[in-house]
Design a protein around this ligand. Structure first.
Ligand code: OKV
Ligand code: MN
Length: 249
């Protein structure tokens, strides 16, 4: 009996070791789980389900195989792969969820979110979000020819990297008041999110009652997974499978 949560894997063609690590996780660790939740930023960027990037098919195949072994897979968009659509979700056997989303986890109500919504002090990012959330602008973007989308996305990522270099760590973390408000408005005492790349279990008090916020880790130098069982949550960092094993699949 276990439910798994991962996020912030940031898959891209430049990190074949990460793709191999995730496929290994899906084929070995996730089999037999009650469910797998992916809380966003599975991919480093996403410019449409029609992108022929072979990495996307490799990952879709691995997720689909897991879902066919009766492990339901749920996906919440991150700030990087927010354009991932129903078409790809179907190919990967995943169900798309909104952000935030409330689930009942072994009898407890839990809020799930990617976490970017909670970083309210990051004004530059929140402006980016407001613009790219506009329905008509997304519609337009997705109708551009693929090379145009690639060029625009490449430019936007370069711009963002320069801006982030000047942002302080505290601006890029969650705002405690935003966490409290999200828990209160959904009548929950537990939240699970990613995005900040600061894996931790934070216990605190909310309106006189114990509350818990679990932050998932990223996959950059290691794997990271939250394993939930009735009454228990364990956050694990895992070394990547050996490179020679990874290349053998
Ligand atoms: C994802 C982020 C790039 C942050 C563009 C409309 C517009 C969507 C888009 C283009 C970029 C996603 C889809 C990407 C996240 C960045 C840079 C910063 C902070 C438009 C709708 F405006 F051009 F019309 N995009 N891509 N960033 O490369 O995946 O999260 S992306
Ligand atoms: Mn993120």
């Amino acid at each position: 009996m276990s439910t798994l949560f991962i996020s912030d894997i940031h898959l891209c063609a430049q990190r074949p070791d990460m793709t191999a690590a995730l496929v290994h996780f899906l084929e070995h660790d996730a089999v037999g789980a009650d469910a797998l939740y992916v809380l966003g930023d599975l991919f480093e960027f996403w410019i449409g389900d029609d992108d022929p990037n072979p990495l996307h098919q490799t990952i879709a195949d691995a997720f689909l195989a897991l879902s066919q072994q009766n492990v339901p897979i749920y996906f919440i968009h991150g700030n990087r792969d927010f354009l991932l659509g129903q078409q790809y979700a179907k190919r990967a056997g995943m169900t798309l969820l909104g952000d935030p989303c409330i689930i009942e986890l072994y009898g407890e109500r839990v809020v799930l979110s990617h976490g970017d919504l909670l970083c309210t002090l990051d004004e530059g990012y929140q402006k980016f979000r407001r613009i790219t959330q506009l329905k008509w602008l997304r519609w337009l973007f997705l109708r551009l020819p693929l090379p145009r989308r690639q060029a625009i996305a490449h430019k936007m990522r370069g711009q963002s990297q320069m801006e982030n270099a000047y942002k302080s760590q505290s601006i890029m973390d969650v705002t405690p008041a935003a966490v409290d408000a999200m828990l209160r408005s959904h009548d929950c005492r537990m939240m699970i999110h990613g995005h900040t790349h600061r894996p931790a279990i934070h216990d605190f008090t909310l309106d006189g009652q114990p509350a818990r916020r679990i932050v998932l880790g990223d996959w950059f130098e290691q794997g990271s997974v939250l394993i939930c069982r009735p009454g228990e949550q364990r956050l694990e960092q895992r070394p990547l499978p050996q490179a020679d094993m990874a290349s053998q699949g």
